[in-house]
Design a protein around this ligand. Structure first.
Ligand SMILES: CC(C)(COP(=O)(O)OP(=O)(O)OC[C@H]1O[C@@H](n2cnc3c(N)ncnc32)[C@H](O)[C@@H]1OP(=O)(O)O)[C@@H](O)C(=O)NCCC(=O)NCCS
Length: 161
């Protein structure tokens, strides 16, 4: 991060974030470079649902100067899975600045605190930035599902190369 930029605040989303999340989803939905990120509909109704999520699954926002610039999810617990699925996405203008690293670290910490021993994710093999990021954190790609690679990470101990 460059010294002139304000720090990133990562926290769970709350109902008051609904509008900001809807704006974020609209931007991602219209960005061709984000086409590999389709974990759920990217619309206002979903923003409303997620900002009010009261289950065990975790939805976080990454804020810079009060603006929602990143989004992260750990989900699957509410559907009965032991190993949560991770997903992250940054606004297109916020990529390439290293912000994905603290976001990933926070997601892993949250998963650990919830007692998860492993995290999984799915990623398209063409999504180079995401794959490099996940490899840096130690994810191992173990299989393929619906045209995407399935990555797994053992959570302890945290290690970034
Ligand atoms: C995935 C995402 C969060 C990564 O964040 P980012 O800010 O772009 O990540 P970084 O700039 O830190 O790049 C991560 C790594 O990929 C590399 N990279 C970035 N763009 C790249 C590209 N087009 N081709 C190859 N490598 C690339 C970086 O050099 C870095 O590697 P390094 O750590 O070895 O230097 C971001 O690209 C994003 O939001 N993408 C859209 C949503 C998405 O695809 N999410 C993942 C779905 S599984």
């Amino acid at each position: 991060m460059n010294g002139q930029e304000s720090p990133l605040t990562i926290r769970r989303l709350v109902p008051n974030d609904e509008k900001a999340l809807a704006v974020f989803f609209t931007k991602i939905a219209s960005d061709p470079a984000s086409s590999g990120f389709h974990p759920h509909p990217l619309d206002d109704a979903q923003a409303r649902k997620i900002a009010r999520w009261a289950g065990r699954d975790i939805y976080v926002g990454a804020f810079r100067s009060g603006r929602l610039v990143g989004y992260g999810m750990l989900r699957g617990w509410d559907d009965g899975w032991q190993v949560p699925s991770l997903g992250i996405c940054l606004l297109p203008s916020m990529r390439g600045k290293g912000l994905s690293v603290p976001l990933m670290q926070e997601m892993h910490d949250l998963a650990r605190r919830e007692g998860a021993e492993r995290v999984r994710l799915k990623v398209y093999s063409q999504n180079n930035a995401a794959i490099r990021l996940y490899q840096r954190f130690g994810y191992v790609f173990v299989s393929e599902e619906a045209g995407q690679l399935v990555g797994l990470l053992n959570l302890a101990p945290e290690k970034v190369n």
